[in-house]
Design a protein around this ligand. Sequence first.
Ligand SMILES: Cc1cc2nc3c(=O)[nH]c(=O)nc-3n(C[C@H](O)[C@H](O)[C@H](O)COP(=O)(O)OP(=O)(O)OC[C@H]3O[C@@H](n4cnc5c(N)ncnc54)[C@H](O)[C@@H]3O)c2cc1C
Length: 417
Amino acid sequence: MKVLVLGAGVAGVAAAWYLWRDGHEVTVLERNAAVALETSFANGGQLSYSYVAPLASPSVIPKLPPWLMRRDSPLKFVPEWNAEQWRWIAQFLAACNRARADVTTQRLLRLAFYSRSLMHELLAQHALDFDYAQNGKLVVHTDASSFESARRLLAYQKSLGCEQEALDARGTVQVEPALASIEPRIAGAIYTPSEDVGDCFKFANELARLMAAGPNPVSFRFGVAVQRLLALGRRVIGVETNAGVFEADRYVLALGTSAAALARPLGMRIPVYPLKGYSLTLPIVDERAAPRVSVTDYQRKVVYARLGNELRVAGMADLAGRTATIDTARVGQLVDEVRATFPDASDFSRLQPWCGMRPATPRGTPVLGATPCSNLYLDAGHGALGFTLALGTGRVLADLVAGRRPAVPLEGLRLEG
Ligand SMILES: Cc1cc2nc3c(=O)[nH]c(=O)nc-3n(C[C@H](O)[C@H](O)[C@H](O)COP(=O)(O)OP(=O)(O)OC[C@H]3O[C@@H](n4cnc5c(N)ncnc54)[C@H](O)[C@@H]3O)c2cc1C
């Protein structure tokens, strides 16, 4: 079959991978000059298979007022005259209850564990160079009550299949000696040995390299901006672009934050809104002062990953419109966080700042699969977990296109309404 994948972020590339392995004739359309240049470019690098709990949870509600009032808060909100933003917020608040958050966590965990097994299978078959490391993750709490809550959750997390242990400050520093300078501030940490890290941009490029080289290579059409999906009745018959009309038997929409706008003329409301985040990439200048284990500062919502000889630091969630422009004050905040946590690890004069727009859904689950158009499939809304989930969602998409039953249930992950 001829399959068009729209969008060459990590989600589109991973879907193309499994479609290509199924023997389809795959073309990927991408407006940029290469793969993974937008949200998949310099994200946190976490393959966060056990930490998938959505932002929408009851615990977030009491934190919202102080977060929204503080300038250095991990969350920022710039209200807009935009019904889409307010609809998203209303749906987000409606999802902030225990029952909904637990169901979402279970669905995301299933997809994440599936993605982990696919990643390990992929790496057993191919030598991919993307600074991948299996170093485990420490979620560090500097507040005693939040550590206690995390500790209480351990049994529940275990029942869902997560292998984790609670460590005191000493134990935390034993696992990650680079945290020694902040030991007095540490209330405790949850250690998950089975978490991985990698560079998402390099990962997508490695998959693209293999697909372009193999037999029946995938055709990557760069500089092609999708303008409109052309439908006749309940079928898509083509895609209008700046380079003419492209036709195929099946279409996969993997356009990150642009998915909603392109699907809307066909009567579909994909609940994706951009949640801006920031990252810093810093050269490591002192090996011992930089973490080997991936570290999350739970209170400040900042993640740290060592990618090769660089430190990747990411955080912030700004509901502030659609422009991916860097706010230097937000970058400054992130720099302050690194200086406070790993002061001697990096050369700050050579930091590379970046911002990206998470394609976020109110509940935190991606939107996958069938649409009212029989030959159009969604691979959207990966939010804060696109790198982690991309192989799982890509495989699900290929299964659906082939008429196979996906290995994970799609309940709650399909387009609603
Ligand atoms: C600061 C930050 C940190 C993050 N950290 C992590 C992390 O540690 N772990 C994790 O798992 N996830 C993380 N994420 C989330 C992850 O980066 C995203 O979920 C993921 O990149 C989304 O991939 P995507 O392919 O859906 O979107 P994108 O990467 O944005 O890809 C969509 C592609 O579609 C193309 N496109 C859009 N419109 C058109 C059009 N009209 N025509 C043609 N092409 C078009 C774009 O150019 C783009 O290449 C983070 C995100 C941010 C912002």
